[in-house]
Every structure is written in structure tokens, then in C-alpha cells.
Design a protein around this ligand. Structure first.
Ligand code: ADE
Length: 304
């Protein structure tokens, strides 16, 4: 087994087992419906030696919102639309007002203690979440409240969520939400940044988009989540396409060289340099070696 490395398989789609350690791009072929979670391969595209793979249903994301229409267009475009059509993800939007009981479908009320604005009532949100749990027949779903008071969303949070089979997202709205939802229903709270939106809908869409593109099989073999900015702790390297010269601006020669080793090296250096210039805070976390660190310093002091 000396030359074999262990890899973790997320699931198989069309007989392709995906290696979560290396992103959706490196994969090995496997038979569908083999069980268990780890196997070994000699090469990312090599043959499976210990073939133990598990199959998985589409990821299911339920979203509770007072404004379900917000989701119609964004979830019917591009990559998310394709992922839904391919059965890789099921996204179900629930109107919180359907779980109110008065004839005006009142979902909010005045705050106890006074003060400006209205507060979302707990009952329709608890009842909607419980209806989803009942429908899915499971109780251990992560229930995530989108809130400016939550933990900050990032690529690593997206990766953490992408391996969950089910998610339930709650979009808060108006000026506030009854605290009992935060305390006794939500298992997690996520903020997409230190600013206040009118509601959680746009934040939920950001989370869904970032998560869905990480589901193995969602990005075609030509695209890869592995090279996205932040996926390896660095910003992505610069990309170019034809023409080779546009308005006198040339594509870097190395990219036209056909030398894959040199191209990979150039891209890595560019990603590091770009991160050092624009987001030095990320380099603390990024995995760069001593030699690369020295190279950054030289290039930042005397850029070529
Ligand atoms: N709701 C309002 N503002 C938000 C934010 N920044 N992140 C998540 N949900 C929100």
C-alpha cells in the first residue's frame, strides 16, 4: 500500500466517486451502491483498490421565508437550476404565513417593553419547522437562522454545510424575531457579513449558492470548486481567455506555453501574491511554505 493514499468519498453520481479531500475535480471510477466511506487509490484518476463507497440521496434544503417569491428567479438560473434538474439538490421554499392561524395571516407583533418596529412571532416559525421535520421524518436537521448576529459565513462554513444531507434555513425579517426562535429552535446562526439586510432571504441565497456548488457532481468536470478563491485559503489566480492580445494587453506568455508544470507553478505564485496584496489576513491561514513566504516578500518589495 506504500504508494496509495486514503481518500474520503462523499458520494457517487453516474458511477463517479468523488474525493472530498481534493475537491470535486479529482475523482476515481467506482461501482454504484458499494457501502462504507473510505477507499484507497494510487492516483486521483487511478483504480480503486479497496472499493468501499456509499451512495446518497440528493441534498435537501428547506427554507422558511415570509417572501418566498424572492427565491424564484435565483434558484432557476445557471448552476443551481442545473443541480436541481440533475437531482443533486432539492430546494423547497415554505411560506411562513401558511403557518399562521388568523384570517389576516399575521406573522409579526409589537415588541414587549415597547420600542420601534415589529417582531416576528414564534408560533408560525416553530410550526413551519416542525412541519418540515415531520415531512422529512427526521429530527436532527441543522436549523440555521440567517441573522446579522450569527457566526460569519465563509468558504469553510460552506464546506461544513455541504456535507450535511439536509439543511433548514430560517429567514428573519422586519426589525426582529422573537428570541425563543434563536434559543429553542435554531441550532446555528449565520451572518453573511457585518451589515444589516432587510431580511434573511438574500443571505439564504448566498449560503445556498455557495453550498450547492460544492456538492459533488454540481460543477462539471471542466469547472472545479477546488480552484475557487478561498477553497485553499488563497484568492484565485488570474484567468485569461482569447484573444492573446487585446488592446495591446497580452496574456502572460507562460499560459500559452503548454507547459503544465510551469503553468501550475505560475498560478500558485500569482494566487499567493494576489492574496498577500489584497487579503494579507488570509495568508495566516493559507498553507504556504517558507520559500513561498520569502518569494512574497521579495515580490512585494520589488514587484516585477
Ligand atoms: N439578515 C439581516 N442581515 C443579515 C446578515 N448580514 N446576514 C444574515 N442574515 C441577515
Amino acid at each position: 500500500m506504500a504508494n496509495f493514499r486514503p481518500i474520503s468519498v462523499l458520494w457517487i453520481e453516474n458511477k463517479v466517486a468523488l474525493d472530498v479531500n481534493r475537491g470535486a475535480r479529482s475523482f476515481v471510477r467506482a461501482e454504484v451502491n458499494q457501502k462504507v466511506e473510505t477507499f484507497f487509490c494510487a492516483h486521483p484518476r487511478g483504480k480503486i483498490c479497496t472499493s468501499e463507497v456509499f451512495d446518497r440521496d440528493p441534498m435537501r434544503i428547506d427554507i422558511l421565508s415570509l417572501f418566498p417569491e424572492t427565491f424564484v428567479s435565483p434558484l432557476n438560473q445557471s448552476i443551481i437550476k442545473r443541480a436541481r434538474e440533475q437531482g443533486l439538490v432539492d430546494i423547497v421554499i415554505h411560506d411562513i404565513r401558511d403557518y399562521t392561524h388568523d384570517k389576516h395571516h399575521t406573522a409579526d407583533d409589537y415588541p414587549y417593553g415597547g420600542g420601534p418596529g415589529m417582531v416576528l412571532k414564534p408560533e408560525p416559525i416553530f410550526e413551519a419547522a416542525e412541519a418540515v421535520e415531520e415531512q422529512l421524518g427526521v429530527v436532527e436537521i441543522p436549523i440555521i437562522l440567517l441573522s446579522p448576529q450569527g457566526r460569519l459565513f465563509s468558504q469553510s462554513v460552506a464546506q461544513e454545510l455541504a456535507i450535511r444531507p439536509r439543511l433548514l434555513l430560517i429567514c428573519g425579517h422586519y426589525e426582529g424575531l422573537d428570541e425563543r426562535v434563536c434559543e429553542h429552535l435554531a441550532t446555528d446562526q449565520i451572518s453573511i457579513g457585518d451589515y444589516v439586510l432587510s431580511g434573511g432571504e438574500l443571505a439564504a441565497l448566498v449560503v445556498v449558492d455557495a453550498v450547492v456548488r460544492l456538492i459533488p457532481g454540481v460543477l462539471g468536470s471542466d469547472d472545479s470548486a477546488g480552484s475557487d478563491s478561498h477553497s485553499n485559503g488563497l484568492l484565485e489566480y488570474p484567468q485569461y481567455t482569447r484573444p492573446p492580445v487585446y488592446r495591446g494587453w497580452s496574456v502572460p506568455e507562460v499560459l500559452l506555453s503548454g507547459n503544465h508544470g510551469e503553468i501550475a507553478e505560475w498560478r500558485r505564485r500569482q494566487a499567493i501574491l494576489r492574496t498577500a496584496k489584497r487579503r494579507p489576513d488570509l495568508l495566516e491561514k493559507g498553507k504556504i511554505c517558507e520559500e513561498e513566504r520569502r518569494w512574497i516578500l521579495e515580490n512585494l518589495l520589488s514587484p516585477k
